[in-house]
Design a protein around this ligand. Structure first.
Ligand code: COA
Ligand code: AMP
Length: 636
């Protein structure tokens, strides 16, 4: 007996050309593709080569032509400014076309990069879509990053124009973005700096403008000439999104136009079970991949109404914020990270706030970005009485690798599993020698090549790094850098990262990048940063410092300095607030720091003394140090 999920999955793997060509028929093409899957330049597989498309056209103009011009496309809901602003497809298209005109007037054209450093406001969506309209490649940088991170991205992307705002608004404070931007531009190499910056002045804090470089968003829009969509090759880049790699140098994940339009539009019905006209809300940030795929592109490509929410799950003003938005805008499907639900549960454990709102339109909750812990899953299920769907994906993949594809078949939910591979994703588990392992055995989670459309074709200007990072270790496969297993029923379980990436409140961070900063401190001889369990954020980074011999300063001062350095160089998003000084770090005889063991001690989990340890007594010292900062046994 067959079932819809098995059929769809088998077709996607056995005949990817037919599978994705059918999905592509649902999109607007200026010129149809010559090849669906082009494998003429392995391992650089490309989708829909020869085809011509425009992502913005598919996201806006197409719906207007199909009679949806007066339907709401975007709702900007901002509890931090007490604003709700709604845009129909007609209105959003007009704003986007005008902003595209402003960019074009500044000489931005196909292939030029535009960096976007904006808070969660409608203008973020407008800028991204305007780039897509004229074929410029956008690179959105999350507001919680420090100028140094922004400068790294400016140096790599070399944007012609930067779009930013005077400020962003966090729960308790206004964050002046413009000085951060000016500092970042100053830090960037002179020949990588943008010619122009378009700045949206927000009333909460206005910014000083630099004569000749800075353009005021509002006055430019007042007399902008709308620009039409430009046909692009399916393989032309749509955006670059930088994500943490295993060093301080972020990876510029590239997304193309054709495969991305096809895949994301397909996921809206098949994964999320939404149709044109439905209200779909991803409570994330445009600075992350979830924001790109499911605040902006996915819902608009499908003709849904999307929500840009400038607020937090708690504190704006309370733990009922999500329920209020769902009720006010009749949200059918919501997507967020488990950490947001842990924050709500912490403030309102009995979900009293929920009772104040009519959530009758709310049908499915999707969670991703980090492991979905059983407590959070059950709390959400029990209080919402709707399916709560875990799904697993990465910045690189652009959409779900594994999901319970609600529009294909609602499979049984197994706690701790994001269910089965989504069509297109041939997920396997291999050991260190690249051999497939038996069901139930933990190994490296990999995906057999080719990856489906919408996934990264390469890294920006770094084909070699793309191969080294993802394709080299397990030939024939894409390395997800997650470890896990597949059970007898084909359910995938994602256990942990195999590299130094940690997940803090659903944000992906490199402990290696933090270690580089700690090691720069003049008093630090050696250091380690580890992600330890945190009830709210899933994981938080904790630093261990070994000081140089002869340092006789107060440890607390050194700790404060390294914490401040991480905040200054990576940004507040790192949530690096805890460090301790230790005499030495536990290592193997070959000198490798025993991170896994320290992590287990910190999390108060059972651990075995590794046979290869240099000196087992150090583990006792580590435990004492961890108790001193509230971890290990102190957690009981
Ligand atoms: N601009 C500037 N600063 C920002 C920022 C932004 N866009 N976003 C976050 N920050 C700052 C915060 O103010 C905070 O600073 P602080 O150390 O001075 O308090 C720091 O970065 C850490 O932010 P965050 O990780 O968001 O922690 P939080 O304690 O403020 O909030 C949650 C915790 C769980 C409520 C919050 O992380 C959240 O809403 N998560 C939702 C899930 C999500 O968006 N995941 C993204 C992937 S789906
Ligand atoms: P990002 O690139 O920021 O989306 O982070 C991707 C990483 O987050 C993955 O490699 C996983 O380690 C983790 N992740 C995302 N979704 C899940 C999930 N549903 N379950 C477990 N881990 C997840």
């Amino acid at each position: 007996m067959t079932n819809p999920y098995d059929d769809a999955f088998a077709k996607s793997i056995n005949d990817p050309d037919a599978f994705w060509a059918e999905a592509a028929e649902d999109c607007h093409w200026y010129k149809k593709w010559d090849k669906v899957l082009d494998d003429s330049n392995k391992p650089f597989y490309r989708w829909f080569t020869g085809g011509e498309i425009n992502t913005c056209y598919n996201a806006l103009d197409l719906h207007i032509e199909n009679g949806r011009g007066d339907q709401l496309a975007l709702i900007y809901d901002s509890p931090v400014t007490n604003t709700v602003k709604k845009y129909t497809y007609n209105e959003l298209r007009d704003e986007v076309a005008k902003f595209a005109g402003i960019l074009a007037a500044q000489g931005v054209s196909k292939g030029d990069r535009v960096l976007i450093y904006l808070p969660m406001i409608a203008e973020a969506a407008i800028s991204m879509l305007a780039c897509a309209r004229i074929g410029a490649v956008h690179s959105v940088v999350f507001g919680g990053f420090a100028p140094n991170e922004l400068a790294t991205r400016i140096n790599d992307a070399k944007p012609k124009v930067i779009v930013s705002a005077s400020c962003g608004i966090e729960v308790k404070r206004v964050i002046a973005y413009k000085p951060l931007l000016d500092e970042a531009i100053e830090m960037a190499d002179a020949n990588n700096r943008p010619a122009k910056c378009v700045i949206l002045q927000r009333p909460m804090e206005t910014a000083g403008m630099i004569e000749g470089r800075d353009i005021d968003w509002t006055s430019a829009m007042a007399d902008a000439q709308p620009h039409d969509c430009v046909p692009l090759a399916a393989t032309d880049p749509l955006y670059i999104l930088y994500t943490s790699g295993t060093t301080g140098e972020p990876k510029g994940v590239v997304r193309d136009n054709g495969g991305h339009v096809v895949a994301l539009k397909w996921t809206m019905k098949n994964v999320y079970n939404v149709d044109a006209g439905d209200v779909y809300w991803a409570a994330s940030d445009v600075g992350w991949v979830v924001g790109h795929s499911y605040i902006i592109y996915g819902p608009l490509l499908k003709g849904c109404t999307t929500i840009v929410f400038e607020g937090k799950p708690v504190g704006t003003p309370d733990a009922g914020a999500f329920w209020r938005v769902i009720a006010d805008h009749k949200v059918k499907t919501m997507f967020t990270a488990p950490t947001a639900f842990r924050a709500i549960k912490r403030d309102d454990p009995k979900a009293e706030m929920l009772k104040k709102y009519d959530l009758s339109n709310f049908k499915t909750l999707f969670l991703a970005g980090e492991r979905l812990d059983p407590d959070t899953l059950h709390w959400a299920e029990d209080n919402l009485n709707i399916p709560v769907i875990d799904h697993w994906w990465q910045t690189e993949t652009g959409w779900a690798i594994c999901a319970n594809c609600m529009g294909i078949e609602h499979l049984k939910i197994k706690e701790g599993s994001p269910t089965k591979p989504a069509p297109g994703w041939n997920v396997k588990v291999v050991d260190e020698s690249n051999n497939l392992v038996e069901p139930g055995k933990i190994g490296a989670l990999v995906v057999k090549l080719p990856l489906p459309p919408g996934s990264l074709p390469t890294l920006w200007n770094a084909d070699k790094r793309y191969i080294e990072s993802y394709l080299e270790e397990f030939p024939g496969y894409y390395k997800t850098a997650d470890a896990g297993f597949i059970d007898e029923d084909g359910y995938v379980f994602v256990m942990s990262r195999t590299d130094d990436i940690i997940n803090v409140a659903g944000h992906r961070l490199s402990t290696g990048a933090m270690e580089e900063i700690l090691a720069d401190h003049p008093d630090v001889a050696e250091c380690a940063v580890l992600g330890v369990d945190d009830q709210l954020k899933g994981q938080i980074p904790v630093g261990f410092l070994v000081l140089n011999a002869g340092v006789d300063r107060d440890n607390d001062d050194i700790i404060k300095e390294v914490i401040q350095s991480v905040r200054d160089r990576i940004g507040p998003v790192a949530s690096f607030k805890t460090a301790t000084v230790v005499k030495r770090l536990p290592k193997t005889r070959s000198g490798k720091i025993l991170r896994g063991t320290i992590q287990k001690i910190a999390d108060n989990k059972d651990y075995k003394v590794p046979a290869t340890i240099d000196d087992p007594a150090i583990l006792g010292e580590m435990e004492e140090a961890l108790i001193g900062i509230g971890f290990a046994k102190a957690r009981k």
